[in-house]
Design a protein around this ligand. Sequence first.
Ligand SMILES: [Zn+2]
Ligand SMILES: [Zn+2]
Length: 295
Amino acid sequence: MKNRTHKMKKSFCARLFALLILLSPLAVCLAQEQAIIKTTHVAGSVYMLEGRGGNIGVSVGEDGILIVDNQFDNMAPQIEAALADLGKGELKFVLNTHWHGDHTGGNAHFGQKATVLAHENVRERLKNKSGTPKSALPVITFKESSSVHFNGEEIRLLHLGAGHTDGDVIIWFTDSNVIHMGDQFFNGRFPYIDLASGGRVLGYQRNVTKILNALPEGAKIIPGHGPLGDKQDLQSFSTMLMETINPVRQAISQGKTLDQIKAAGVDEKYKAWAVGFINTPRWLQIVYNSLTSER
Ligand SMILES: [Zn+2]
Ligand SMILES: [Zn+2]
């Protein structure tokens, strides 16, 4: 396992820091600039890059480099540096797990040199977002599944139905035995489910169950957010979904309001799952909104 880091070189903040060392707003600025890329070997030819935004999967080998997702646009130089460290090969393919900016922000940059593949709804949603440059749009799209034969293995892209959004795919590196689940998996934390982009709580839960049931023995799982995981972590996530969604469903059938559901909260053991911007009330609101609109 190897870990490498890349700090931004002469960042704007660093220069600002030299000038205004005593001003307190700098603390915030510096915290934002501490975005570093951590590279971890997952298995076979697959690596995981963690920085600011969704986790990146990388295939490195004789055919060159393929990446799954690419964080925010301003992370591109650091991602480039981390990829250069992994191998001399050229970047040939960029796969998107879904359309959110913390996963596709780098498309505009990396799409100038590599072919971008994604579910057809990813292209539609990016195209409809004002200001999206042409290079950020997927060149190859599909409805259900596709495969890239690269670095000696089949890399499968599978759309399981609406879940986190209506255009998510999971990416399965079949020989390396690694699955990148995108935002269909938040390891150890409540997930964000984007109802406005066609996401659905029950669809999300169903997709997680499908993957859990089909997961090959010993597979490593790259989550959209959170640390590298395995079957046990996905099982805990699935149990959490069941044990936090079911009480909301029950409360709705008893005529409880959203405020009452929020006041009841979640079981004590799930309080630590409130990480980042999806705190417990937000998670319960997503579940409530989805269950009261899904059929
Ligand atoms: Zn994300
Ligand atoms: Zn997302």
